[in-house]
Design a protein. Structure first.
Length: 149
């Protein structure tokens, strides 16, 4: 695990030998943070992302979820940096055009925020929609990508 103070708050990056397992938002820096080379590599890439020098990540990911969630998360990773899609568009991308709500639920359970860019999914009316870390953090991420794009 590596903990890093990002522009959106403390990020707790957890990795195993097969990839990044989670990136979670923490209210403060935990006292038991230990380093892991893969999580350190992820933090280095996140630093580059937040200063506008990185638009894609290449650390291996190892999320755990149902087959449907995994499908949604893989589809979200195909959304280009600086672009957005609606929940319905993402549902169509996975061949389930009527599953916009289920897609939203899968995104709410995304364990690897930012690297699996669920912040790029917006509501059909153009509003930003929900985000597990809150709407202000989603606005920050979307603005970052728009300004660097």
């Amino acid at each position: 695990m590596t903990v890093w103070q990002s522009p959106v708050g403390w990020l707790d990056v957890r990795a195993g030998s097969n990839g990044i397992h989670s990136i979670t938002l923490s209210s403060e820096k935990p006292m038991d943070a230990t380093d892991h080379s893969l999580s350190d590599q992820c933090v280095a890439q996140l630093r580059e992302y937040f200063v506008g020098e990185r638009t894609a990540f290449d650390v291996p990911l190892a999320p755990v979820g149902t087959p449907f969630r995994m499908e949604v998360w893989r589809a979200a990773q195909r959304i280009p940096y600086g672009e957005t899609r609606t929940y319905a568009e993402l549902a169509s991308m996975i061949g389930r055009p009527g599953a916009a709500r289920a897609v939203g639920n899968a995104l709410k359970n995304n364990p690897i925020a930012i690297l699996i860019p669920c912040h790029r999914i917006v509501s059909a009316d153009g509003s930003i929609g929900g985000y597990a870390w809150g709407s202000e953090k989603k606005r920050i991420l979307l603005a970052l990508e728009r300004s660097a794009h």
